[in-house]
Design a protein. Structure first.
Length: 260
């Protein structure tokens, strides 16, 4: 009991410091950089509100709800018979052309996603991994647009886990402005602290992005239905592999990091 109280105290201090740091970061230009990304996305063919907002976000889900033309299925089967590499199929479908960068409303992109699933099931093992798929998409799509695309891919059958793996990798390899962009996409996509917690690796520096997301989530709800105590509750319930003392160490170490 005393140990849990100590953790709660450390956690409260940590979040207070974390919140100040987050506010300073926004005041020092975070919002300006986000507007810059928004302008870039508009220049590429559609603003954030148009492309990532509700109900426009699930465009790819609307495509997925339709039955793929028989010619698409036949082509996939032919490629699969010869174990054609998904990269080559991507090129054959001309998905890398500049005029086709808006992949979220391109039925051929849905065809390609389905082929990737079929290819992996056929070959088994680590063939054309999620990271390989992400690196391929990055050759044609800027990270600002890719963040929106990945959230849409989660709505495609059998692609949710792969999309979340790619989201994690984007967070690990992109600039802070992209992190804030992803938080906004998550918020508009209906994600919650619990669902984002399940996406991010718990023993990685990128896990701090979860805490940043929870702060923005509270602002969105005006703290009327979500509190710091609920954040701690998620940690205590889902980090069963980590003793409480490790949680205390986690918050203490990151508290020192934010103070320096």
């Amino acid at each position: 009991m005393h140990r849990q109280c100590a953790i709660l105290f450390i956690f409260s201090v940590f979040l207070a410091t974390f919140g100040v740091t987050l506010a300073l970061d926004q005041a020092n230009g975070g919002a300006r950089r986000l507007r810059s990304l928004t302008a870039h996305t508009r220049a590429k063919g559609g603003g954030f509100e148009e492309r990532a907002g509700i109900p426009v976000l699930p465009k790819i889900a609307e495509q997925a709800a339709k039955i793929l033309p028989s010619s698409f299925n036949l082509a996939n089967k032919v490629w699969l018979k010869s174990l054609t590499d998904p990269r080559d199929v991507f090129k054959t479908l001309r998905l890398g052309e500049a005029s086709l960068t808006r992949l979220d409303d391109n039925p051929k992109f849905l065809q390609w996603l389905k082929y990737v699933t079929m290819y992996r099931a056929k070959r088994e093992g680590p063939w054309f991994t999620d990271i390989s798929a992400l690196n391929l998409l990055r050759t044609t799509t800027p990270d600002a647009e890719l963040v929106v695309l990945l959230q849409s891919i989660k709505l495609v059958s059998n692609m949710k886990k792969s999309a979340e793996t790619m989201q994690r990798y984007v967070l690990e390899t992109s600039a802070p402005a992209i992190h804030r962009w992803m938080h906004e996409v998550w918020l508009r996509g209906g994600e919650t602290p619990q669902s984002v917690f399940n996406i991010l690796p718990k023993d990685s520096p990128v896990f701090l992005q979860w805490l940043r997301f929870t702060e923005r989530y509270k602002v969105k709800l005006r703290e009327t239905s979500y509190s710091d105590r609920q954040t701690l509750k998620i940690l205590l319930e889902t980090r069963q592999h980590a003793p409480e003392i490790k949680l205390a160490s986690f918050f203490s170490s990151h508290l020192r990091r934010f103070r320096t």
